[in-house]
Design a protein. Structure first.
Length: 502
């Protein structure tokens, strides 16, 4: 299927209703894997964090990670799910090189959490409820690297490399019920849902949920049905979409592709598809298996999980404030408009701003630096704000240096540049680069005298009563001091030297 087979988005929605299902995999931030004691730390040498259990060697017996179970329960509670009194693991059988056991330990018909919902707020303030089918525990696969091809995929590659360090890392898969009624806003709803879920996961402290690092990934299921028909159409599943923007684009593309196929009399194939970041398109992967193809059966080597109801209630009582409630509270406390708050959210700056305020900065200054200079640098580097090598404490210190008059905004930007470059703490960068504002009358007076001497015509205008012309002399002082002069004090000294009242 190529781009020329697409119909316009408007024409697609004129004839069909989109139906979505979103499956989000969240990699839990536990210290060890789901069923063994191997480390989950990133950056280790390939295949150095493995053992007989996660490699599926004969005779190796798994043990459930208690923190993984607790994280699953906390996620379920935060999603308003029912928590199972008794559940168990199952073996999902399939054969692929990144699955060393040739089966995945997962949950099938008895998930730990089910029947929940998540309310998501769209940019215009409308709240859309997404119903949750289930949240279940499972383990991740290993990582395949296909070498020798042009696309990084197995087709065309000369050989593949396998790293099993990731095999066995705890996952929670959160599956929605069919999302209907979104209409033309389906792509926006999908993006808003994944964004809200990511914030929820982070607020619980169970995962950093960084999509660019694969800690959270979304499978986008989509089908179309003609207006007025109740039966769902055949769905496609776009796998492992790893950014909010890509989730939105994948939904939009698939709506247009499905509509193109159906409008031309074709038939949708139930299959998995690959998403392409460069143009927002999807291409066919493989025919999608049904549940029976996986030959699920109860995992014989693991005992069932039976969360104590009293413990579940303790966890419920410990849940943090829901992200949407928190955002609305902060917007009111900070006195922001809905548009201003949306700008904070779009930049991924809410948590950094909150942390910077907590480190002593006022709200306006914290928002200014994260949405200004730091957002610009993050955009230039193509990374999230939180990926920048600067902490809220450091940003608060920069704001403090500006507030106390040690820095102006221009110098503060240079300090931020130095911190990002690894030159140390803000005060160390100020000292190392010699960036503090020149405010003592001795050094500043010399620069003022030189500026007056170099610009006699302007000085005469000021003496003649054109006080505004002093701005040019201030500019000359600032240039001579590389922007480090105290501009207000420099103006005062200029007027004093020229015998003019300010």
């Amino acid at each position: 299927m190529t781009v020329i087979d697409l119909v316009s988005y408007e024409d697609a929605l004129a004839s069909f209703d989109p139906v979505m299902g979103l499956e989000v995999h969240v990699e839990l931030g536990t210290a060890t894997k789901m069923f063994c004691g191997c480390s989950t730390a990133l950056g280790a040498e390939p295949n150095s964090q493995t053992c007989p259990v996660c490699l599926g060697l004969p005779g190796a017996l798994p043990v459930v990670n208690a923190t993984g179970v607790e994280s699953a329960v906390r996620i379920g509670l935060a999603l308003h799910c029912e928590i199972a009194r008794w559940c168990r693991f199952a073996r999902k059988n399939y054969f692929y090189p990144d699955m060393p056991k040739n089966f995945q330990t997962s949950q099938y018909d008895e998930p730990i959490a089910f029947n929940g919902h998540l309310d998501v707020q769209l940019e215009d303030g409308e709240v859309f409820r997404v119903e949750i089918e289930r949240a279940h525990m499972e383990e991740d696969t290993g990582k395949s690297t296909h070498v020798g091809g042009a696309t990084g995929r197995i087709h065309g590659a000369s050989h593949s490399l396998l790293d099993y360090n990731r095999a066995g890392i705890p996952l929670i898969e959160i599956v929605t019920k069919p999302i209907v009624g979104a209409g033309e806003r389906a792509p926006e709803v999908a993006r808003a849902y994944v964004a809200e879920l990511r914030e929820l996961i982070r607020s619980l402290g169970v995962s950093e949920a960084r999509m660019e690092m694969g800690q959270m990934r979304c499978d986008v299921n989509l089908s179309l049905r003609p207006h007025g028909r109740e039966k769902f159409g055949t769905r496609s599943e776009t796998k492992n979409v790893n950014s909010l923007r890509s989730v939105e684009r994948a939904v939009r593309f698939e709506i247009q592709r499905h509509a193109g196929v159906l409008s031309s009399g074709g038939t949708i194939v139930q299959e998995t598809r690959h998403f392409h970041e460069e143009d927002g398109s999807t291409t066919s992967g493989r025919v999608k298996e049904e549940a029976e193809d996986y030959r699920y059966f109860p995992e014989p080597d693991l005992v069932p999980v039976a969360p104590d109801p009293a413990w579940v209630e303790e966890l419920r009582a410990s849940l943090p404030e829901p992200p949407r409630v928190r955002r609305n509270r902060l917007r009111e406390e900070w006195g922001l408009t809905a548009h201003e708050m949306q700008s904070v959210l779009n930049a991924g700056a809410l948590d950094p701003i909150v942390a910077t305020i907590g480190a002593g900065a006022d709200q306006a200054a914290a928002r200014k630096w994260w949405l200004g200079e730091l957002a610009r640098r993050a955009n230039e580097q193509g990374v999230d704000l939180i990926a920048l090598p600067i902490t809220p404490v450091q940003v608060a210190r920069v704001a403090e240096l500006v507030a106390e008059g040690t820095l102006n905004d221009k110098l503060a930007r240079q300090v931020i540049e130095g911190v990002l470059a690894g030159e140390g703490e803000p005060d160390e960068v100020v000292a190392g680069r010699g960036l503090a504002i020149v405010s003592d009358d001795g050094a500043l007076g010399t620069a003022v005298d030189e500026a007056i001497a170099a610009n006699p015509a302007i000085a005469d205008k000021v003496r003649g009563g054109k006080v505004a012309a002093a701005g040019a002399l201030v500019g000359a002082v600032m240039k001579a001091t590389r922007g480090q002069a105290d501009a207000a004090r420099a103006r005062e000294l200029i007027l004093e030297r020229l015998g003019v009242q300010g």
